[in-house]
Design a protein around this ligand. Structure first.
Ligand code: RFL
Ligand code: PHB
Length: 390
């Protein structure tokens, strides 16, 4: 098989790039290790920044998002017995975020790829990029007993944190920066009315909690748990009881509970791999960087990578201008690190750290007190949360 751009990974990053390039007449093949059902069963992001939503529209995939997604102009932070609101609209110069599940937007991207007869190969086993430093790279995968080879101009590593792409960059070339947090998030999805029309991030001495949603009939809640906990340790009843204890009374009293339809634990980690290019391999999204979910930045950081890569590929193929490809890594990393800083700050301010000293706890309190006493601080939070410009 031959294509122009071979994309490893059929998550939001890979599908979005494939769709955008297709619309400019650039051929792609997407190789996904899992089945489509499996990819669509993963419950992940819920908050999309303005720039991501724009990219969905540019990819001609924004129709359902615009109809069913909710525009959120603000969110709440519960702390020290108070419930303070961050006015995103006011402090970001009129911007907002869209609440629309990653599952739904991935479904929309798959449907668009099907509609345009895009090639997305599922259950591709043993995917391996080759000859990345040459101008004739190729990717192989196994289909049963058969090894299939795809020749291409470029390989895109959009295969998430555990993918093969980053691992094919030699260790002496790649520098990895990592911070592992001593806790995870236990998430529950339930077919219940959300407790609040806007998201509530709750700082509590028993641990952080988050009330989020997918729609007015589908709620998503999270609580901070130790890394040693497993999903089996948490019955639905235990989860709801713990969540209520971490919320202000007026919120807890209103909480409607129900059976969980999904329950999972995600460890919290910050990670960046540099550079994001090796020869003709380009990394994008979670393959190159991940953040703890506290600032809702993960998918949104992937969006800027895709935007830069898309523009750079189009300039390369249509104008013979490769400067965008040459600058990709530096440009993408500049924005990635800002999202890292913001996610680290939100995480540090709102979580309970098992080994923290009283001094650190005082700083957490004062960080929140400062935030809600300073318009400049709220402006800084808002501009980061709605997404810095691409
Ligand atoms: P993905 O989604 O991990 O997709 C990568 C795809 O590559 C496939 N793959 C392979 N394919 C072929 N060969 C191989 N060897 C392969 N290895 C892996 C995988 O099966 C998969 O389908 O990465 P991508 O596309 O870069 O997208 C990134 C986002 O998924 C991620 O950043 C967000 O979900 C992070 N995130 C959030 N981001 C936000 O912007 N806003 C949020 O509100 C938000 N909430 C969250 C989140 C992540 C969470 N978890 C579970 C980590 C909430 C949670 C709980
Ligand atoms: C979610 O709805 O899954 C979600 C929302 C906001 C975050 C993280 C996750 O910061």
């Amino acid at each position: 098989m031959k294509t122009q751009v071979c994309i490893i990974g059929g998550g939001p990053s890979g599908l979005m790039l494939s769709q955008l390039l297709h619309l400019k007449g650039i051929e792609t093949v997407v190789l996904e290790r899992q089945s489509r059902e499996y990819v669509l069963s993963r419950i992940r992001a819920g908050v999309l920044e303005h720039g991501f939503a724009e990219l969905m529209r540019e990819a001609q995939c924004g129709e359902r998002m615009d109809k069913e997604g909710e525009i959120h102009d603000g969110f709440l932070i519960a702390h020290d017995g108070k419930l303070d609101r961050v006015d995103l609209h006011k402090y970001s110069g009129g911007s907002s975020v869209v609440v629309y599940g990653q599952t739904e937007l991935t479904r929309d991207l798959y449907e668009a790829r099907d509609r345009m007869k895009g090639i997305v190969i599922h259950n591709a086993e043993d995917v391996q990029p080759h000859d990345l430093k040459s101008d004739k790279p190729y990717v192989t995968y196994r289909n049963g007993d058969e090894i299939v080879r795809i020749d291409c101009d470029f390989v895109i590593g959009a295969d998430g944190f555990h993918g093969v792409s980053r691992k094919s960059i030699p260790k002496n070339v790649l520098k990895e920066y990592e911070k592992v947090y001593p806790f995870g998030w236990l998430g529950v999805l339930s077919r219940t009315k959300p407790v609040s029309p806007e998201l509530i991030y709750a700082k509590h001495e028993r641990g952080f909690a988050l009330c989020s949603l997918r729609s007015q009939v589908l709620s998503r809640y999270y609580i901070q748990v130790p890394l040693t906990d497993t999903v089996e340790d948490w019955s639905d009843e235990a989860f709801w009881n713990e969540l209520k204890r971490r919320l202000p009374k007026e919120v807890a009293d209103k909480l409607i509970t129900g059976d969980s339809i999904e329950k999972s634990i995600a460890p919290l980690r910050s990670f960046v791999a540099e550079p994001m290019r090796y020869g003709n391999l380009f990394l994008a999204g979670d393959a190159a960087h991940i953040v703890p979910p506290t600032g809702a930045r993960g998918l949104n950081s992937a969006a800027s990578d895709i935007y830069y890569l898309y523009r750079a590929m189009v300039a390369h193929y249509k104008q013979g201008d490769s400067s965008g490809l040459d600058n990709y890594s530096a440009k993408a990393l500049a924005r990635v690190w800002k999202a890292q800083r913001f996610s680290w700050w939100m995480t540090t301010m709102l979580h309970t750290f098992p080994a923290s000293i009283e001094y650190d706890q005082k700083l957490q309190e004062i960080d929140l007190a400062y935030l809600f006493s300073s318009e400049a601080a709220q402006r800084s939070l808002a501009e980061n949360y709605v997404g810095l410009p691409f």
